[in-house]
Design a protein around this ligand. Structure first.
Ligand code: 3H9
Length: 707
């Protein structure tokens, strides 16, 4: 059997077509750039060929460099001999024909060509920053010459994918083709039309657009300033800016050298390693070990949500936003009116901010239909129960659903902690019942925790995973236990937050450490946003269910003082009227001092490192227990939950990847020491000890062990 070459040259009369064929997305794996170079040389040497087309087989042009090769000591060809360098120097015109994606090295090769055409709906972009690097194949030098430094800066620093229609308007591509089936023929026709054009347009030789930077030299500093908050602790976005700046100040060849130096500073840095890990973990998460590839998926064309509260409304919006009509069932007309108003207000805020067109808001609202009987949702393909967190009423809802829903409908609960098996026991079809745990605000947060009960059918889980992706979520499958994976792994963090204060630390001190670590907001400031009354109600519920539930005396005291957070102008912080800026409050410091004294805790100082490790190690230990019990499938699934459910900084990879930076041995030793000092809550997980003893990284931990 002869192997299909990664790149081949086909002849269509006088046009040579270079076809990249490296499924699934034509990444530039070893052999691909070499193949392009060889075919280009062949085309240039063949007198029968007058012009060439560069195209990808399958569903993409080229999705970029092969990310799996980064950080593996790959050999980088010298500047001047890379595929885009040689495309740029081709004697005969080359037309890039783009379908699907031209990303990173894909767009860089396309910009090495003389012309670019793309199918409507295709995406182009330089998303390298999202994996902690910069476009290292001439992208930072060619894009500013093609579209001007300002647009190039925005594209390269954000890494966003630009749709073909916008790319045409920006001048990145020269023409749009309506139908993918016509791309090859259109590209060949284009190549024929330009076959005799000389001199050939070459982006590298055209500096006209760079004048923009001379007219507006402040644009680079302005960009640095605008990203200061979100790019905290990161280097890649700043190196991207430096590289575009270099394009505007250095000759092209020198700019390429500078780009290469700036690239090298990033490739193996912890930031890039973490972001690459997150990229692959996000794809791995879709593979649920017990689900066979050919499992049939139940189609979802219509949805229903039971309960028009904050969560129910947010879930309904997620469906409506993705074009799926959804009915909200709410028995109380008042609650329904409030729920629909909340949805309208949420959309109106987006319209006001400019992130949603008014007509689109109307289209989305039209997909949300309020109803007040179970009969009205009976034919929905999926129903998500989103009422308050109490077992008895939830079971009543499921008994009703069992009575009316059509056979095969997915019956899901948005519970954040309750037993899925008990909920399913209210129905005669537990195989169709699963947890679908959204995170608040449900229309914004990306995480969907998909919980399998003892009797849930694999195809139910597969269908919910797929449904989650269809509504823009990152679905993570897990098993059934109190709090499931996300909240259970987070709970010890919350307990430590409380205990740190009881030992005399201040909320502003803890928050400052976590913000410096990379969270967008400190956990106490988040508490003020969510409401201390909500936290109090949750604790009350849990205390009633669990006699060992640990009290949070400081939070309870603040609640009793009527400090509910931002909404009352005071919580963990105080707030000025109409302003959300948290101000440290001496009243809170006084409460903390009082309770610390009541508990017999003498005042002491805390280092930032102690605060950080107390919070995160507590969760790492719990995550190990969750893995050991087989509730989570792999450590990277937990990381994905922390990235998309809790705002953990992506450039740190996730909870377990971060812990690997410290090492299982050091984490174990610290936890064992705290176990001695603080007692049972720090008892090290068996798996943690095993990882420490065997030197296995956390990230390799799998369900049931360290496999
Ligand atoms: C770069 O180009 C650097 C340059 O400047 C040159 C420097 C010298 N490499 O996401 P999907 C795999 S950096 C390796 O599920 P979709 C992916 O893991 C690169 N593998 O499909 C998955 O594998 P599996 C710049 C890759 O349709 C499969 O392909 N480019 C790569 O939802 C399908 O992927 C980027 O950052 C890759 N580059 O989305 C683009 N890309 O089936 C990264 C994909 O085993 N890629 N795979 O799980 C993406 O953003 C999305 O994959 C894409 C398709 C939008 C293309």
């Amino acid at each position: 059997m002869t192997e299909t070459p990664l790149v081949r040259l086909e002849r269509h009369d006088s046009i040579g077509v270079i076809i990249v064929d490296n499924p699934p997305v034509n990444a530039l794996s070893p052999g691909v750039p070499e193949g392009i170079i060889a075919c280009l040389a062949e085309g240039n040497a063949d007198p029968a060929i007058r012009a060439m087309v560069l195209i990808g087989a399958g569903r993409a042009f080229i999705a970029g460099a092969d990310i799996r090769q980064f950080g593996r000591g790959r050999v980088r060809p010298p500047i001047g001999s890379r595929s885009h360098d040689l495309l740029d120097r081709s004697e005969k015109p080359v037309v890039a024909a783009i379908r699907g994606f031209a990303l990173g090295g894909g767009l860089e090769n396309a910009m090495g060509c003389n012309y670019r055409i793309a199918v409507r709906g295709a995406k182009v972009g330089l998303p390298e920053v999202l994996i902690g690097i910069l476009p290292g194949g001439g992208g930072t030098q060619r894009l500013p010459r093609l579209v001007g430094p300002k647009v190039a800066l925005e594209m390269i620093v954000s890494g966003r994918h630009v749709p073909a229609e916008e790319a045409l308007a920006l001048g990145i591509i020269d023409a749009v083709v309506d139908d993918d089936a016509d791309l090859m023929a259109e590209a060949i026709a284009f190549a024929r039309r330009v076959a005799n054009t000389r001199p050939l347009p070459r982006i590298s030789a055209d500096d006209r657009k760079l004048a923009e930077a001379k007219a507006e030299p402040g644009m680079f500093d302005a960009m640095r300033k605008s990203i200061a908050r979100r790019a905290r602790n990161q280097k890649a976005p700043y190196n991207c800016i430096l590289a575009v700046e270099a394009a505007c100040t250095l000759p092209f060849a020198e700019g390429l050298k500078r780009e290469s130096e700036l690239f090298q500073e990033l490739e193996n840095a912890p930031e890039a390693q973490a972001l690459r890990y997150a990229f692959f973990a996000e794809r791995e998460v879709a593979r649920v070990p017990y689900i066979a590839k050919d499992t049939s998926i139940r189609p979802v064309a219509t949805a229903a949500v039971v309960g028009a509260g904050t969560m129910g409304g947010g879930i309904a919006m997620s469906f409506a936003d993705s074009g799926i009509p959804v009915r909200i069932l709410e028995a109380s007309p008042d609650a329904m009116a409030r729920g629909m108003q909340r949805i309208r207000d949420n959309y109106a805020t987006s319209v006001k901010r400019g992130s949603l067109a008014a007509a689109e808001m109307e289209a989305r609202l039209a997909r949300i239909q309020p109803v007040d009987t179970y009969a009205a949702i009976a034919d929905s393909d999926v129903v998500i129960e989103a009422i308050f967190e109490e077992m008895a009423p939830k079971k009543q809802v499921f008994a009703q659903l069992d009575a009316v829903m059509k056979p095969g409908a997915l019956l899901l609960s948005n519970t954040s902690a309750l037993d899925i098996d008990e909920i399913a026991s209210a129905t005669g079809r537990p195989q169709d019942v699963a947890g679908a745990h959204f995170f608040s605000p449900a229309n914004v947060m990306k995480l969907l925790e998909v919980v399998r009960g003892a009797k849930t059918a694999p195809d139910t889980i597969a269908s919910v995973m797929k449904l989650g992706r269809a509504i823009g979520k990152v679905s993570v499958a897990c098993g059934n236990c109190d709090g499931f994976v996300a909240n259970r792994s987070r709970a010890p963090f919350n307990t430590e937050m409380s205990i740190l204060l009881e030992e005399g630390a201040l909320p502003e001190q803890v928050d400052a450490v976590m913000v410096e670590f990379g969270y967008p907001m400190g956990p106490f400031a988040v508490g003020d946003l969510a409401g201390l009354d909500i936290g109090h109600a949750g604790r009350k519920r849990r205390a009633a269910a669990d006699p060992n539930y640990r009290k949070q005396p400081i939070a309870d005291r603040l609640f009793e003082m009527g400090r509910y957070g931002q909404k009352t102008g005071a919580g963990w912080y105080r707030y000025e009227k109409g302003d959300r800026t948290p101000h440290p409050d001496p009243v809170v410091a006084e409460v903390i001092r009082g309770i610390a004294a009541e508990l017999g805790n003498a005042p002491r100082a805390f280092t930032d490192d102690e605060i950080l490790r107390r919070l995160l190690f507590a969760s790492v230990n719990e995550a190990c227990k969750i893995l050991e019990e087989g509730i989570a499938h792999r450590a990277s699934d937990i990381d994905i939950m922390w990235l998309h459910g809790f705002g953990f900084p992506r450039y740190r990879g996730g909870l377990m990847f971060w812990a690997d930076g410290i090492g299982p041995r050091a984490v174990y030793d610290q936890i064992a020491a705290w176990h001695q000092r603080y007692g049972a809550r720090w008892a090290p997980a068996r798996l943690l000890r095993e990882l420490a003893d065997s030197g296995t990284p956390f990230r390799d931990a799998r369900s049931g062990g360290a496999a």
